[in-house]
Ligand binder design. Structure first.
Ligand SMILES: [Zn+2]
Ligand SMILES: [Zn+2]
Length: 353
């Protein structure tokens, strides 16, 4: 594939502010790859940084953004042996150091020097050397690029489920029917658990049912649902397992309030810095609750996610409700903010803005 001299990249400039910039397509340095993006999927994290105007550590404006991506290798820098032009790839958005104490214990998501890759909303991206070594995966043949880009959020969900290690045929509740909550629903159902989905939006509950939820619950927006939710689980005593996938302290409290004796709560949604929740210490102790946090993904769960998508374990197409090109990303994020779209597949070649 020939590389044109110029490309377009979407930059985040500040809160709610983006700009499509034209600039030179860079040459990969030794050890790097130049990848033509075929599909980048939008994510709740993209919406969060769009509204906040960046992220104190990861994204300092002006900056390219977008982090769920698949594409085609255009040019491999000197010394790259594993990849060549025209290889179809899925690029992970993080690369661990491989040598710190957390990496040594296969907890690479907690790596002391985890590098992040942003810039999927672009025609081309340079994949840095560390990512080339550990974080580029071959796209399975026949897997559409837009579905392949879902490897990243699914890898997070697979990591969360491994952390939760639920007993077989658990009665599970997922709080939050955004893309992540829906991926949890799909995976839990595929693993044979019975799944209830709680969310305020009917269309999301419908998608949850299509992905395998056996029961849905129209949640209140203020999050005060504990009493009504609790009786839906098991024999009215609460759920064996609760997965919190909204990132709001109220939902964390609901989750802890609706799990049954001996059950576990996976605290998956990242809340804003400085927030805290009230914990009923009596309940946590005498009911032997397991409260478990989970963050991001690991190389092993990324590889597993690619395999799950390739095998079509669930219908991942239900997660992508819209498509657009780079000019449409701002509209896409606003549509997600109104809870209309679930996920957009952003494809530079898409005729629809
Ligand atoms: Zn994401
Ligand atoms: Zn490390």
């Amino acid at each position: 594939m020939a590389k044109p001299p110029m490309q377009q990249t979407l930059f985040l400039l500040g809160p709610g502010q983006v700009e499509l910039r034209r600039h030179k397509v860079p040459e990969p340095r030794p050890g790097e790859l130049l990848v033509a993006i075929r599909a980048a999927t939008t994510c709740g994290t993209d919406l969060k940084v769009f509204k906040r105007g960046g992220h104190p550590r990861m994204l300092v404006v002006p900056t390219p953004f977008g982090h769920e991506m698949s594409g085609v290798v255009v040019h491999a820098g000197d010394g790259v042996e594993a990849w060549k032009p025209n290889d179809e790839v899925i690029v992970s958005n993080s690369a661990p150091c491989g040598v710190c104490d957390f990496c040594a214990r296969a907890r690479e998501n907690l790596c002391r020097d985890l590098h992040y890759l942003n810039g999927a909303f672009s025609e081309y991206v340079i994949v840095p050397r560390r990512f080339v070594a550990r974080s580029v995966h071959r796209k399975p043949q026949g897997l559409p690029f837009e579905i392949a880009a879902l490897s990243e959020p699914l890898a997070c969900v697979v990591h969360g489920l491994e952390a939760a290690s639920l007993p077989p045929r658990s009665d599970a509740l997922v709080i939050g029917g955004g893309p992540i909550g829906l991926l949890f629903v799909a995976m839990l159902a595929a693993e044979g658990h019975s799944v209830t989905l709680a969310d305020p939006h009917e269309s999301r509950l419908d998608t949850g049912k299509a992905l395998g939820a056996s029961q849905t619950f129209a949640a209140r927006r203020d999050g005060h649902d504990t009493q009504r939710l609790r009786v839906l689980g098991g024999s009215g005593e609460g759920f064996d397992a609760v997965i919190e996938a909204t990132g709001s302290p109220a939902a964390w409290e609901t989750g802890i309030g609706v799990v049954r004796t001996g059950g576990s709560v996976l605290l998956f949604g990242g809340c804003a810095q400085g927030t805290s929740v009230a914990l009923d210490t009596h309940l946590a102790h005498y009911s032997e609750l397991t409260l478990r946090g989970a963050y991001h993904h690991r190389p092993a769960t990324f590889a597993r996610a690619v395999d799950l998508l390739a095998r079509g374990v669930f219908d991942a197409r239900l997660l992508i409700t819209n498509r657009c090109n780079l000019g449409g990303v701002e509209g896409a994020l606003r549509s997600m903010d109104r809870r209309e779209a679930l996920k957009f597949a952003v494809m530079p070649s898409c005729p629809v803005r």
